[in-house]
Design a protein around this ligand. Structure first.
Ligand SMILES: [Mn+2]
Length: 424
């Protein structure tokens, strides 16, 4: 299904006056509003190919209808999102769930929808049919050289798929670790992992990056071989200048100060990318901003501060991706909500009065520092986000238009109710 330009224009036309009334006070308040709107318009989030179907839990999966059964349909779904919000201009593939069989036509289809290919993701946390060695006890860390070799070759294969699609990065998330004390020699597991990653790193094209994603626990419950940002940073530092740490918001222990991690990694020029989601307890993979919007804002506050300090381009210099797997919502509606929440947090970070904040920090004026941050957080920046979208040809209210056009009903008509989607 393709949303027509005229449908978006008609939707915008009906609510443009109300939008302008809401926009005016905020553009009057901020002299650099035009600049902020430009930054918002440039900011693009990659949608992972596995987020377009209804996710499951380890207890069950309750699929929805009209879900995309192949890579081409997944690209079409991301295209749909992007036509509505103009902020989902990239897709991140997971191999082997979404192997591009005909890279040329897949690339052409993506570019038809205005989409790029973001980082490609390898998978050594599951055994695939016909696979020679099992990853039951790890992959790149494995005690058996042959298992490690198989996992290395898989990552190299993923890079090759990515090259064909003009992707520029490989994200490696390992489930490697141990579930019981004594099971694993930590040092040897680290050394094996590092040695394996070095071989993968050696296969990276010159203009590629490798992102080392960490996770505190699950599926291993005693130790994870890339368990936190410190370990990830160690690997990235030892690998070289093309290796970076990737922060997934759900991969921390409860109450971790993620914004401080972000600040430190930026200082070290080792932050490579982001996976957005939200959580209450663990790696809940809930909609971004649905639980802790203030934390999301504080993270963006550090991102903006740290990137500006290093003169980085907000839109281009880090890989921004949503990584969620929702099991009760319509996946497309959920993604629209996630993108909106992330754009709002980014916009709030852009309006922080940096000069006033610095003055408060230098004077140890704790009260004023808090006031400055909360002033930005409590400002309704939604009209700025909507305006950025409108200027790019998107819908003022993407979710409303999605419902008005009965997109899901249309997709069910086209694809059927019972569909099979690869992914989590
Ligand atoms: Mn992730």
């Amino acid at each position: 299904m393709i949303i027509k330009k005229t449908e978006i224009e008609e939707h915008n036309g009906k609510i443009i006056n109300a939008h302008k009334n809401r926009l005016k006070p905020i553009t009057d308040q901020f002299q650099d509003a035009e600049e902020i709107i430009k930054k918002l318009a440039a900011f693009q989030l990659a949608i992972p190919s596995w987020a377009l179907g209804t996710g499951g839990t380890r207890f069950g999966r309750f699929g929805g209808g009209g879900e995309p059964g192949n890579l081409e349909l997944k690209i079409e779904d991301v295209g749909l999102l992007h036509s509505l919000n103009c902020s989902s201009g990239a897709i991140s593939l997971h191999i082997p769930w979404d192997i591009p069989k005909e890279p040329g036509s897949v690339k052409a289809l993506a570019s038809y929808f205005g989409l790029k290919f973001d980082a490609v993701n390898s998978n050594t946390f599951q055994d695939q049919p016909g696979q020679e060695y099992s990853y039951k006890f790890g992959s790149l860390q494995h005690t058996d050289r042959r298992v490690r070799e198989q996992a290395i070759q898989h990552n190299i294969e993923v890079i090759k798929y990515g090259v064909e699609l003009d992707s520029k990065a490989l994200t490696v998330w390992l489930s490697d670790g141990s579930s019981f004390p004594g099971q694993l020699n930590f040092r040897k597991a680290f050394e094996n992992t590092l040695e394996s990653l070095r071989e993968v790193y050696a296969s990276l094209p010159a203009d590629w990056k490798i992102f080392i994603e960490y996770k505190a626990f699950e599926p291993n419950f005693y130790s994870m071989t890339v368990g936190d940002w410190g370990q990830s940073l160690l690997y990235a530092g030892k690998l070289g200048t093309k290796a970076f740490t990737l922060v997934d918001l759900g991969h921390h222990l409860p109450n971790t100060n993620i914004e401080q991690i972000v600040s430190t990694l930026l200082m070290e020029e080792k932050l490579g990318g982001f996976h957005f989601n939200d959580s209450k307890y663990g790696d809940d993979d809930l909609t971004a901003g649905s639980m802790k919007p203030y934390q999301l804002f504080l993270i963006f506050n550090e991102l903006v501060e740290g990137m500006d300090h290093k003169k980085m381009d907000h839109a281009r210099d880090l890989a921004w991706m949503i990584d969620a797997s929702h099991n009760i919502k319509d996946p497309l509606e959920d993604l629209l909500q996630s993108v909106e929440a992330i754009m709002i947090a980014y916009a709030q970070a852009l309006i922080v009065d940096r000069k006033k904040l610095e003055e408060a920090q230098l004077a140890n004026d704790t009260v004023m520092a808090q006031e400055v941050l909360q002033e930005a957080f409590r400002t309704d920046v939604r009209p700025l986000v909507a305006e950025a979208r409108r200027k790019e040809g998107g819908a003022l209210q993407p979710l409303q238009l999605f419902r008005d056009l009965k997109v899901r009903e249309q997709l069910i008509k086209e694809r059927g109710y019972k569909t099979f989607v690869t992914g989590l």
